[in-house]
Ligand binder design. Structure first.
Ligand SMILES: [Zn+2]
Length: 316
């Protein structure tokens, strides 16, 4: 079963989350896509810091955008939500009321997840497809937390070490669905690798990927509402021009480790991180290679080891 389209769409949400990070918001974001037209109808990102309102979650922003800008679309019975982090209980409940058809998300929300982790508010209401770009969603959150705790004398080195050594929690799909539900969504071929052995899901079975394979400049430019984020981003890119977005995309691609054919994260590829002044910097030696070269065969088992990260998908 080819999941490339889901990856591309969560990839767009991931880019919005990346922009949220550069305007000092928690990097959690979503897009709403019309099932019938396959078009992105709206985007949303965590807006709690600017608004000083703890309920301004990405999902609410995306729904409000439709209410304000898209006429005759409500009730939205053909919308699919693609979001980087599992919706919280409040949002999961709101999505039910809105009549969402399906929620595709990256990492679980350990404290507040309303789509399978803490509560399962989708049951008998809408479908869920978890685990799409899961480690990438966590990597963005890690950047946010490190940025928050900026006090070390040499934060750059500390940051890099922290990112490399933290471990990913495994996703236990059995908690979210039974085997036959899993097979229906992800395909029988992934049962062994992901449901049982808890490897990361890749868009195409048995093939690794990089985020740069999934998110294109044209797709990013085509998202409605993104210019509002650019006008908020005074320090970085300024207005939303094609050049500014291309530049951001380049930084965005370099933030993430590639995932190999077996579903393991390839640590040791280069990475960029956002520093205390919202600047994107290279951290690793030799990290400025062309993004096309990111995916390299792993020489030995050392870098290929699956790492674990303490639960950081919780701030939502
Ligand atoms: Zn929420």
């Amino acid at each position: 079963m080819d999941l490339t389209e889901h990856f591309q769409r969560v990839g767009l949400s991931l880019f919005v989350a990346f922009k949220a990070l550069s305007i000092n918001e928690t990097p959690v974001a979503c897009i709403l896509v019309s099932k019938k037209s396959s078009k992105v109808i709206s985007i949303g990102y965590n807006d709690t810091n600017r608004s000083l309102n703890g309920t301004r979650h990405a999902e609410f922003i995306a729904i409000d955008y439709i209410l304000d800008n898209v006429e005759d679309t409500f009730p939205v019975d053909d919308l699919i939500l693609y979001v980087t982090v599992e919706p919280c209980i409040m949002c999961a409940s709101a999505l039910k009321q809105v009549g969402i058809q399906c929620v595709v998300y990256g990492c679980g929300n350990d404290r507040f997840g309303g789509n399978g982790t803490v509560l399962s508010l989708h049951e008998n209401n809408y479908g869920i497809i978890p685990g799409i770009l899961r480690t990438e969603a966590i990597q963005l959150l890690r950047n946010f937390y490190i940025q928050e705790n900026e006090s070390a004398p040499d934060p750059k080195i500390k940051k890099n070490k922290e990112l490399e050594n933290k471990l990913y929690p495994e996703m236990d799909y059995g908690k979210y669905m039974n085997e036959s539900e899993f097979i229906k969504i992800y395909g029988l071929e992934r049962l062994n690798s992901t449901y049982i052995n808890k490897k990361e899901i890749t868009p195409v079975i048995g093939k690794g990927y990089r985020v740069s394979d999934l998110v294109s400049l044209d797709d990013v430019m085509g998202m409605p509402g993104l210019e509002n984020m650019y006008s908020r981003d005074k320090k970085c890119s300024g207005p939303m021009t094609r050049e500014a977005v291309a530049q951001d995309l380049d930084s965005f691609y370099r933030m993430f480790y590639a995932v190999d054919d077996e579903g393991d994260v390839t640590f040791g590829t280069h990475i960029k991180i956002i520093g205390s002044e919202n600047k994107i910097e290279f951290i690793k030696e030799g990290s400025d290679r062309d993004t096309n070269e990111v995916k390299e065969p792993i020489e030995n088992g050392v870098e290929k080891k699956r790492r674990k990260l303490s639960n950081e998908g919780h701030l939502h």
